[in-house]
Design a protein around this ligand. Structure first.
Ligand SMILES: [Zn+2]
Length: 415
């Protein structure tokens, strides 16, 4: 079986030009003593928006690995796929993120709810989980409610898993189950029952992506109760360790943090928790590299800066259209956005400092950053012109990408 390593880092790269720059960050981490394995992830939604095929991501990953002589393993993630979208990814991917959030909150059939109740009845009462300082209070109602929220979703994950297994062969790929794109966070108790259902479906999940408490907005810092997050994150780790033994799930099962880039205020708590519990972690990022691309283009000046400004102007003008699909993961105060005419007058530095995620810089504007984040569709529409600008300014862009991943992410989370 393909066994996913302890620390893995999801490097999404929307325009498939930064593979080498991203890998450089992991090579630098390795020199610092941290073995972190890259997973190139790109969702079906991103492929559709940018008009790319999953094979192009595989080609990018293979090329980056060959060019830099990376000897460790690496993966290509079919990110957020479902039964309807997975087939395009069968050739390219060896990592599958089964997204079943759309099926959560919908009832499973009576027979399977009954079987789920039977299988989990033994937990009713006060359940002690090693590492959690208070017992979990579990009633039949807790189990029924968990079934109501997650059972159908995990059954769907089973269908997707078996479909991939049939095509790729057992053990030839890594499976992640994601239920992060839902409205409500999942508690550690719910995590226990999610894992029970995953085991019952026979899914050898090596990572699971819950919705944690708080807001995980794209490309900006965490918004929420950091103390509560730390408590739940630690408890989730204890539940995972318990579930591995109790349900016979893969021993390396670990948490996956989606929209994981730029969540600076919880990186300390995450770092402490994985060390304390000797736990693995998958941190998934994507848009942060796209934002560094735009910062790089802005810094390059000339046509690069023109494009960066154009992306902002069009994103501003098409605010509703671009923001709608990301409603659950952005919070933009429209009146805190500069008008495009103002931005047009900016020089390279001003643009870069407004966009770059350096919270101590008074020019940094998180509303501006989130809007540019969803503006990758505009860049995709520029087509060849955008790719040409990236190629022409490769050096400047390639400086920003690894620095962002290493200094602002990897060092804080893993080291
Ligand atoms: Zn996700």
């Amino acid at each position: 079986m393909k066994i996913l390593e302890k620390y893995t880092f999801g490097v999404g790269d929307r325009f498939t030009r930064q593979g080498k720059a991203q890998l450089e960050a992991l090579i630098a981490a390795k020199k610092l003593g941290a073995d972190i394995i890259p997973v190139w992830n790109k969702s079906n939604r991103e492929h559709v928006t940018i008009h790319t095929h999953p094979d192009s991501l595989r080609a990018e990953a293979d090329a980056a690995v060959a060019a830099l002589g990376w000897k460790d393993s690496y993966y290509v993630d079919a990110d957020h796929i479902g039964l309807k979208t997975v087939d395009n990814f069968l050739a390219a991917s060896d990592f599958y993120t089964l997204d079943v959030a759309d099926f959560s909150g919908k009832p499973a059939d009576e027979k399977s709810v009954k079987a789920f109740m039977e299988a989990n009845k033994k937990f009713v009462g006060k359940l002690t989980i090693p590492g959690i300082d208070h017992p979990l209070e579990i009633t039949e109602k807790t189990i029924l409610e968990a079934a109501g929220k997650f059972l159908l979703a995990i059954e769907e994950a089973g269908k997707i898993y078996r479909h991939v297994e049939e095509k790729k062969g057992k053990g030839n790929f890594v499976t992640e189950v994601s239920i992060d794109e839902t409205d409500l966070p999942q508690s550690p108790t719910e995590m226990l029952f999610i894992l029970s259902a995953i085991a019952k479906e026979g899914i050898p999940a090596q990572t699971v992506a819950p919705k944690f408490t708080g807001r995980f907005n794209k490309g900006v810092d965490y918004v929420g109760d950091v103390v509560q997050f730390e408590k739940e994150f630690n408890e989730d780790l204890c539940v995972l360790a318990f579930a591995v033994k109790e349900f016979g799930l893969p021993a390396n099962l670990k948490l996956s943090v989606h929209s994981g880039s730029d969540k600076f205020s919880i990186y300390g708590p995450i770092n402490r928790a994985i060390k304390k519990h000797n736990a693995g972690l998958h941190l998934k990022t994507a848009g942060t590299t796209w934002l560094e691309e735009i910062i790089g283009l802005a810094c390059a000046g000339g046509e690069g800066l023109v494009i960066a400004k154009e992306v902002y102007r069009k994103a501003y003008e098409r605010f509703d259209e671009l923001c709608a699909p990301y409603a659950a993961v952005i919070d933009i105060k429209k009146d805190a956005l500069p008008v495009p005419a103002e931005v047009d007058a900016w020089d390279e530095k001003r643009y870069a400092q407004t966009l770059r995620h350096v919270q101590s810089n008074p020019l940094y504007n998180l509303n501006f950053r989130q809007l540019v984040h969803v503006g990758y569709k505009v860049a995709a529409e520029l087509g060849e012109r955008y790719y040409r600008a990236l190629d022409d300014n490769e050096k400047v862009v390639a400086q920003n990408v690894p620095e962002n991943l290493l200094e602002r992410h990897i060092k804080r989370v893993f080291i």
